[in-house]
Design a binder for this molecule. Structure first.
Ligand code: ZN
Length: 173
């Protein structure tokens, strides 16, 4: 089921999300809905608070090109256990901040542990776009958006555009 994606500013996007205690069937269904919503958007990552669920769950698939097999990943309670000193800069966007992009500098590589849909613990080192995406999504679980890395003027400008977009959408019903 495709879920509506919240648009910034929204108080649910600023919350510290709660850990997922048990990978129940409901949690599995939620992860499936999130992947479907992400692919439909289309996007390469989505965090549960973006559909109004303030739980520590993210989904990603950063495989590029239609000739390559997709690699959907669902992470419950993801934790960054190591970050490289080396940094990299990507032009980031966000499904909750449509059509706005800005360069953000983050560690180029990170190691992440998480609980998978199988209920087991996983660990993997990510680089490139995957590393940026996983950090962006984990930020969402802590109520942080990529625009929080920008200067206050740029951030306010984007926020005002989003407020306008939301007013227009509300008017269209
Ligand atoms: Zn985002």
């Amino acid at each position: 089921m495709i879920r509506p994606i919240l648009i910034h500013p929204d108080p649910r996007l600023k919350k510290l999300c709660e850990p997922v205690a048990e990978i129940s069937a409901d949690m599995g269904k939620l992860a499936e809905d999130m992947l479907q919503t992400m692919y439909d958007a289309p996007g390469i990552g989505l965090a549960a608070p973006q559909i109004g669920v303030t739980k520590r769950l993210i989904v990603m698939d950063c495989v590029k090109g239609e000739d390559q097999a997709p690699r959907p990943i669902a992470m419950f309670n993801p934790v960054i256990t190591w970050s490289s000193e080396e940094l990299s800069t990507y032009e980031e966007g966000c499904l909750s901040i449509p059509d706005q992009y800005a360069e953000v500098q983050r560690p180029a590589e990170v190691r992440v542990t998480w609980t998978g849909l199988d209920g087991k613990s996983h660990e993997e080192q990510f680089a490139g776009l995957w590393a940026t995406c996983v950090q962006h999504e984990i930020d969402h679980l802590n109520g942080k958006l990529f625009i929080d890395y920008l200067g206050p003027l740029k951030r306010q400008m984007i926020t005002r555009k989003m407020e306008k977009l939301k007013r227009e959408r509300a008017r269209q019903g």
